[in-house]
Ligand binder design. Structure first.
Ligand code: G3I
Length: 345
């Protein structure tokens, strides 16, 4: 049995991958990927700063290899992402004029989405355009074009590859205000004749939250718009957050907590009690996904194994986190075995 077989008929099971998979140097990682997963997302290599570093130059060597890896293995290939204010190329930031921004976005989206037409199955067209209260986030895109950049992006992506699944992707979509913001955003795109197929719920979660009920409310709210839902970046952190420490303020610089043993309680392995909590948390999550399987197209983990997770370095560097289903030796964890043997998911 494998994850992809276990959830066959419900949804695809994906993983975010990196250079070491794409250049095949991580052979154990590749083995695991082929056995367990039927979808891939590039964790970093397809972002604007890497793929379009200068106005007139694109770098497709790595992204071509990424797509080839997916094709060779018959995987559902995700593109991440076309438009995001973060990991953007420096040359885009000074743009002030809305017409210039529109033409830059069109050229960028058309060049990339056309290149992989019929090969990339789904695009995160726009990533993280909203604030926590559901209003439009300030960025070089919104500053120049208001919310018009979203419509342009989705229309341009649909023109370049009419058959690709087009996704709006964001985090904290369990928050009622942010959920409402996405509902407004999707409706406006639909009203203006743009094709949007899916809302991507990133799912960077913890042992404590968000609640299953809040997640379920978002699944229902989005599917009522007639779009599918994918869980695009699933992981569950088991470590404390620096802002939960006595005296630490939200949004302060947390570097001072690097090396603090309180911030890295399990450097040599996870205690059984926490393994159990992680397993229970993931069972609740997958039970919910299974309950709504006809609304959900894909569940993608943000990484293959614990040692490769971004959560070892966020929000502070040098921690030992355990957010995924495979350990640092590429072995399935208790949570994996429990999920695979559960009857109801
Ligand atoms: O490539 C450089 C390398 O040359 C340098 O030596 C090294 C030293 O810090 O940094 C490397 O760049 C890092 C990059 O990942 C590639 O490894 C950046 O510092 C680091 O900030 C960057 O983090 C990525 C983050 O996006 C950036 O915002 C994470 O790996 C990636 O998991 C994360 O993914 C995002 C999704 O795209 C969108 N949703 C949220 C998610 C988590 O933040």
């Amino acid at each position: 049995v494998s994850l992809k077989e276990h959830f066959k008929g419900s949804f695809l099971i994906g993983a975010a991958i990196n250079d070491s998979h794409i250049d095949r140097s991580d052979s154990l990682g590749i083995q695991l990927l082929k056995k367990e997963f039927n979808s891939i997302t590039p964790e970093n290599i397809m972002k604007w700063m890497y793929v379009h570093p200068e106005k007139d130059s694109y770098f497709f060597d790595t992204t071509d290899k990424y797509v080839a890896l997916g094709q060779e293995n018959g995987m559902y290939i995700v593109g991440h992402n076309l438009v995001w204010h973060s990991q953007l190329a420096d040359w885009v930031n000074p743009i002030k004029d809305s017409l210039e921004m529109a033409s830059v976005l069109k050229e960028h989206i058309n060049t990339i989405a056309s290149r992989y037409k019929g090969k990339i199955d789904a695009w995160d067209v726009v990533n993280e355009a909203l604030n926590e209260d559901g209003t439009l986030r300030e960025s070089v895109f919104s500053n120049t074009m208001g919310d018009g950049f979203l419509e342009l992006a989705f229309k341009e992506a649909a023109k370049a590859d009419p058959d690709a699944t087009l996704i709006y992707n964001d985090y904290n979509l369990w928050k009622p205000e942010k959920r409402d913001g996405v509902v407004r955003l999707v409706k406006k795109l639909q009203d203006n004749g743009a094709k949007i197929d899916e809302v991507g719920i990133q799912a960077h979660w913890s042992l404590e939250g968000p609640s299953i009920e809040d997640i379920e409310n978002s699944i229902i709210a989005f599917s009522e718009l007639g779009v599918k839902i994918s869980f695009t970046e699933l992981d569950v952190t088991v470590l404390p957050n620096p802002w939960e420490l006595d005296g630490a303020a939200v949004n302060q610089n947390y570097d001072e907590f690097e090396g603090d043993p309180k911030m890295n309680p399990y450097p040599n392995g996870l205690p059984d009690s926490v393994k159990l909590k992680l397993s229970k948390r993931y069972q609740d999550i997958f039970n919910l996904f299974t309950k709504h399987k006809e609304k959900i197209s894909r569940v993608t983990f943000w990484g293959v194994q614990d040692g490769q997770s971004w959560l070892n370095n966020w929000p502070i560097n040098g921690r030992t986190n355990y957010p995924l289903f495979f350990d640092r030796n590429y072995q399935p964890k208790k949570v994996y075995t429990d999920i695979i043997s559960a009857k109801n998911n």
